[in-house]
Design a protein around this ligand. Structure first.
Ligand code: ZN
Length: 135
């Protein structure tokens, strides 16, 4: 598994409508897509910053992991996603290293990427995502 760059940083927000103007009007970034990921119960807004994206995450349901995160910790950085050449190989390597996995195998995330999450209890409190562009 090779990490090429930080693919995105996920930020939990209460409201995209409220958060987007800060990123657009104050930081001067452009929201290039808004997408709902139904199995995660989130709506995401994307901003490109060099090779990396900012992914704002708004819960679409009170059972969403993002709603629970905000309830416990408030708005803020939710996860960091590394771009890797193979999520499957990455998971094998993480498991062999004793890292707890949230996802045992890759699944589909936003923008059609293959993704998997590592448990923050094994990663110094940072929810970590591995992602790869499908072939
Ligand atoms: Zn993500």
């Amino acid at each position: 598994m090779n990490i090429s760059h930080i693919e995105h940083i996920g930020i939990a927000v209460k409201s995209l409508e409220h958060a987007i103007p800060y990123y657009e009007n104050v930081l001067g970034l452009k929201c290039y897509a808004i997408e709902e990921v139904q199995d995660q119960k989130v709506k995401t807004a994307f901003f490109q910053v060099g090779e990396t994206k900012i992914e704002l995450l708004e819960a679409t349901d009170s059972e969403s992991p993002i709603a629970k995160f905000i309830e416990k910790r408030g708005e803020g950085v939710h996860h960091i996603a590394f771009c890797v050449n193979s999520v499957t190989k990455g998971l094998e390597k993480m498991e062999a290293a004793g890292i707890s996995l949230i996802d045992k195998k890759p699944r589909k995330g936003a923008e059609g990427l293959n993704i998997a999450f590592l448990h923050p209890k094994s990663t110094q409190g940072v929810l970590t995502e591995l992602c790869e562009k499908p072939e």
